[in-house]
Design a protein around this ligand. Structure first.
Ligand code: EPU
Length: 422
């Protein structure tokens, strides 16, 4: 079964060639529920073919939505027949992003009942800012028996200040507000590239959202989203960063294609500081690895800062740089479960609070290890490719959740990687 699959990697093969990046996972998992707001057909292109998307398609089908694959990366969604505003624990338990159903169903039906998204692979995931925003729009929110109940007679636009910069709350409030009466202003929103993508999608379907990607988002309510439009998702910033890091960690030479180089600036800057060659084109970045890497200090921050979703992968690079580097996690309380796995490969890392002190320059050696979450899994794949000898990575269901054809893409670049299926 899928859950028992493992990856076997024989390391120290430099990655060479070109790789094309898929559509953004975190845009897809918001735009698919956003289609619930549209009373027509949405054609969505460049959808990554990953398990999180398949789970969402099943959830939408369960709500009475017609969802079809036109080809492996194009979805056609028609929400005219949506007949339920309830998503049970069974439906949503395997997908954290299911909280977007709250904003979409609230917008469409003025009520939603969705099982609480619960904990996550690296800690509890609060939704207080989502709730605060729904309440400000006039909704009543109750959590009972593990279900979040949200309902409103009317949703009326207002000004909402987010106390923490939250990607999920920003998107959920855009979803709930686009069919509100009046104007909603979200202050202190997240600015990640996929926030802009979701606003662009909603606007393409008839919404009126301005300022996504800036410090203030203004949403003028409209009566209806009619859809009947095609939208193409942006490339995945985190997949692109994962391949850039993999190229550098294997001392390879890879052209990472179909990306928006501006989205990669925080990573590019750190790579240059480490002495890695990074060449930018209009829609690609070439990374050329070096034998000797400089130590650096990295701190994760909301966009345009260094993405938390590249933290575990970047730590592998720090293991290869001479001297002591630091990785400080400032978005999530805890994201260091992968460190124990890297230590099994010979990495010298000490975690103190939210900071990992990484003493680099020691040889990584292959070992049996397990993915503890999606990005940890990606980091272990990179570590295995940089390491001497054979590594077996278990628990790769996490990797399948969010990377399209990861091992095929790596194999095409020269990696010695095989999936063993049980
Ligand atoms: N937070 C609150 N209250 C809230 C919401 C968030 O305190 O109501 C806190 C969180 O605890 C966290 C911080 O705010 O400390 C940021 O959380 P955010 O809401 O931005 O995270 P998210 O929307 O749940 C998305 C991505 C994550 C990514 C984060 C941060 C999706 C589906 N997930 O999560 O991606 O780490 O933003 O950029 O978009 C991944 O792709 O592997 C992944 C985990």
């Amino acid at each position: 079964m899928l859950n028992l699959d493992k990856l076997v990697i024989n390391g120290q093969k430099p990655l060479m060639g070109e790789v094309s990046i898929s559509g953004a996972k975190n845009a897809a998992v918001a735009i698919i529920p956003a289609a619930l707001l549209v009373e027509g057909t949405c054609r969505i292109e460049n959808v990554p073919n990953i398990n999180d998307v398949k789970i969402l398609m099943d959830i939408l089908t369960g709500l009475g939505v017609k969802v079809e694959y036109e080809d492996k990366n194009t979805l056609v969604i028609n929400s005219q027949g949506v007949n339920s505003y309830k998503a049970s624990y069974e439906m949503v338990k395997s997908l954290r992003a299911s909280y977007y159903l709250l904003g979409s169903l609230l917008g469409r039906f003025k009520k939603a009942e969705v099982a609480f998204p619960g904990g996550c692979d690296f800690g509890f995931r609060p939704i207080d800012q989502h709730i605060k925003g729904f309440e400000a729009l006039g909704a009543k929110v109750e959590i009972q028996h593990g279900i979040v109940n949200v309902s409103a007679d009317r949703l009326i636009g207002t000004q909402i200040y987010l106390d923490v910069v939250s990607v999920g709350a920003t998107i959920n409030l855009m979803l709930a507000a686009c069919l509100c009466e009046g104007t909603t202003i979200i202050e202190n929103p997240a600015k990640e590239p996929h926030i802009v993508d979701i606003a662009n999608f909603l606007n393409a379907m008839g919404a009126n959202i301005k300022g996504a990607g800036t410090d203030s988002i203004k949403i003028k309510g409209v009566e209806k989203l009619e859809g009947n439009a095609t939208y193409t998702l942006i490339p995945d910033q985190i997949e692109a960063g994962t391949f850039m890091i993999a190229a550098a960690a294997t001392r390879g030479n890879v052209k990472v294609k179909n990306i928006i180089p501006k989205h990669m600036e925080s990573l590019t800057a750190k790579m240059l500081e480490m002495n890695i060659t990074v060449e930018e084109g209009d829609d690609y970045i070439r990374v050329i690895g070096k034998d000797k890497l400089n130590k650096v200090n990295i701190k994760t921050l909301p966009y345009p800062g260094f993405p938390t979703d590249l933290h575990p992968q970047a730590t592998v690079l720090l293991c290869l740089a001479e001297g002591i580097s630091t990785m400080t996690e400032s978005v999530w309380d805890s994201r260091f479960q992968y460190v124990d796995e890297l230590k099994r490969m010979g990495a010298q890392i000490k975690v103190e609070g939210r900071m990992a002190l990484v003493e680099g320059g020691y040889n990584l050696t292959g070992a049996p290890i397990k993915a503890t979450d999606l990005r940890a899994g990606a980091a272990l794949v990179i570590a295995a490719m940089a390491a001497e000898g054979r590594t077996e990575i278990h628990n790769i269901k996490y990797i399948d959740r969010g990377y399209e054809n990861l091992e095929e893409k790596l194999r095409a670049l020269g990696a010695d990687i095989t999936r063993l299926t049980y």
